[in-house]
Design a protein around this ligand. Sequence first.
Ligand code: 5GP
Length: 175
Amino acid sequence: MKLATELDVLFSEQQIAERVANLAKEIEADHQGKELVLVGVLKGAFVFISDLARKIDLPLAVDFIGLSSYGEATESSGVVKITSDLTRPIEGKHVLVVEDIVDTGLTMRYLLDNFATRHPASVKICALLSKPSRARARIPIRYLGFEVPDRFVVGYGLDAGEKFRNVPFIGVVKE
Ligand code: 5GP
């Protein structure tokens, strides 16, 4: 893939596939006999949720929520807008929020507070990536793929101005 030559690899396709399969097994073990709803946060989580869902051997529902942060493009302001809401109520359901990356955590904080008002049976977070050095809100990430350094990462659903979402690994733009 030509696009891929613009990036240094941080996590390869194979590393991601192995980690996603392990996360799926943990999720499966924790949700036996429960009504599970995977909620993908658009757009960045679209690749991750499709791989993850196919590795979880349980009946489950899939829904999506679109969020956008006001303010600077590169930094979350904590003021979040729902641009596209869930299609179904989550009352009484076990919700697993599937997110690409938790950076400052302000977006997830908003989402957790918003979901709490909808009375789900439980809400847990599955994040592919976390940047702990940048955390400004304490977010309990129950299932985490990888920790990343304070670099702007792309690929596997994550973009830089809509570019690189379709690159199959996670990387950083070469300097
Ligand atoms: P937070 O509210 O945790 O600061 O920001 C979360 C959102 O910011 C993520 O869902 C993602 O869309 C975006 N984001 C944060 N860090 C990165 C990064 O390194 N790469 C990309 N592509 N997006 C990021």
